[in-house]
Design a protein around this ligand. Structure first.
Ligand code: ADP
Length: 492
């Protein structure tokens, strides 16, 4: 595969401007910023670096388009999403390569994300025509209650770098289906997938102003005036809990509705009656998808003492067998981490655990050379007060600890401010249900390491967030209720 040439072509084909009111434009300041390949550190291209005026212009376009877009037939909105779904699938190779170049994940996983991302558009194309309301008599029989659903209004969508395409479609899909206009602000590390998406939606027939994309290195300065300006009706954010808190505070001032997909600290629990083949497969999926750079990644592994050695040995063997390298190379299982800061954090967490007597079964040493690579690492005997037990690792490092008792493991699993997902491995149905019910999380992987699905409600409890994306409730987040009180008088 001639990656350099193909990569150059793919990057060259992507627009580099801001997408405002259906047109590609430069930042008012003329400033640009570099997007780099984490596998090499080399600059792929320069793109527009928006300031507050550009953000305002994008929001004005969204506000101006809102009324007309809300009045568009649901079937028309549905078909735009359906066409975009088909275009994305037809361009799988190109989009996967683009994503691998800007984000680092292996091409196979990037192809998987393209399919996953497209699926949100298919799902919400089906939801667009199923927005319903209600009709009911009041209890005293004197009035009728008529309930309609309406788009919430112009939205601000802020996405992270770890799933550059899917985090965009997961927010754009329901917003388009519901009849909302929007400003999308992608992460500065991975803006190219979002820019490609804007091109695809335009090709699919999305009218000017409905989706506006603003790329910037100064998110705080661009976003705050938009949230405080009183015209954004909804913020949908995926990112860190720290930034989520800042944005919630800003939204409080103007009472903006929010959906928040924040961090996780997922427990991965293997009971003594688990099928260990299934548990090891689950651990590979839950830990290594996206090099561990996922909020759903297994962060704390709790394995029953009686099977811990066998589980750890088998898991470490699988981890050690993975091939680390540039995502563009065939056969790569583990690409680079996103940047120097991301890798530095992983190194520190491992060093801290080792200082507290964790054993390194495999990995644990940063390789020489360019790119932000880090090897698949399995640590055992991890002390429960190690920093990585209370910090989202966001890297290919598995921390294995042991437990003896169901009550104890549930208590420790819940002893965290986060509550996105938990994984439970057992063949005992009673225990499976019992533990799933007791875990303080929004999602449970039962004998599986993968929970994400566009047809399921994705989201967390506690400081992992507010609201759900995907599933039947996904579109609800972008709809308001309006109720009409209708008296029905007796015939004269
Ligand atoms: P990560 O640590 O994974 O990069 P962040 O929460 O910092 O996660 O980033 C997620 C998204 O939030 C990115 O698009 C980023 O640019 C944006 N972001 C970061 N800080 C702010 C802020 N103060 N206001 C608005 N958006 C922000």
């Amino acid at each position: 595969m001639t990656i350099t040439d193909a990569g150059t072509d793919v990057v060259a084909d992507v627009p580099k401007g801001l997408f405002i009111d259906g047109a590609w434009t430069d930042a008012a300041s003329g400033r640009t910023f570099a997007v780099a390949d984490p596998a090499t550190g080399k600059v792929l291209c320069e793109i527009a670096d928006a300031g507050p005026d550009d953000g305002r212009r994008a929001l004005e376009a969204a506000v101006a388009a809102q009324e007309g877009w809300a009045a568009t037939a649901p079937r028309a909105r549905s078909e735009i999403l359906r066409r975009a779904y088909e275009i994305i699938l037809a361009r799988t190779e190109e989009l996967a390569l683009l994503m691998t170049l800007e984000m680092g994940k292996p091409l196979d996983q990037a192809r998987g994300e393209v399919a996953y991302a497209a699926e949100f558009f298919r799902w919400f194309s089906e939801e667009a025509v199923r927005i319903d309301g209600g009709y009911a008599p009041t209890p005293d029989g004197a009035n009728r209650i008529v309930v309609m659903r309406q788009p919430v209004g112009p939205c601000l969508l802020i996405t992270p770098w770890n799933f550059p395409l899917a985090m965009g479609t997961r927010k754009i899909g329901p917003a388009v289906a519901a009849g909302c206009t929007m400003v999308l602000k992608p992460a500065p590390q991975t803006p190219l997938s979002s820019l490609a998406l804007a091109g695809i939606l335009t090709e699919a027939g999305l009218p000017a102003g409905v989706l506006n994309v603003v790329t910037t290195t100064d998110a705080a300065t661009v976003v705050e005036p938009l949230l405080r300006g009183g015209r954004v009706r909804k913020l949908s954010f995926t990112g860190s809990t720290a930034v989520g808190r800042i944005l919630l505070a800003q939204c409080a001032d103007t009472v903006v509705r929010t959906s928040m997909e924040l961090g996780g600290n997922a427990p991965f629990i293997v009971f003594d009656d688990a099928d260990l083949d299934v548990a090891v497969d689950g651990a590979m999926a839950a830990k290594m998808r996206n090099m561990g750079e996922a909020c759903t990644a297994a962060n704390r592994m709790f394995v029953h003492r009686s099977v811990a050695d066998e589980f750890a040995a088998r898991f470490a063997e699988r981890m050690a067998g993975l091939t680390v390298g540039p995502g563009t190379e065939p056969g790569t299982d583990v690409g680079p981490l996103i940047d120097a800061a991301g890798r530095g954090k992983v190194e520190e967490l491992v060093a801290d655990a080792v200082r507290r007597d964790a054993k390194v079964l495999t990995g644990g040493t940063t390789p020489e050379g360019s790119g932000y690579f880090y090897p698949p690492t399995v640590l055992t005997d991890v002390a429960r007060d190690s920093a990585l037990m209370s910090t989202e690792i966001f890297g290919p490092v598995a921390a294995v600890t042991t437990f003896e008792d169901e009550d104890d493991v549930v208590r420790v699993a819940n002893d965290t401010d986060w509550g996105l997902v938990g994984y439970v491995f057992t063949r005992d149905l009673d225990r499976a249900i019992r533990v799933s019910e007791r875990l303080e999380v929004g999602m449970v992987g039962l004998n599986t390491g993968l929970v994400s699905n566009p047809a399921a409600p994705f989201g967390g409890v506690k400081q992992s967030g507010l609201g759900r994306e995907g599933g039947r409730v996904g579109i609800e987040e972008f709809l308001e209720y309006k109720y009409l009180a209708v008296p029905v008088r007796a015939a004269k």
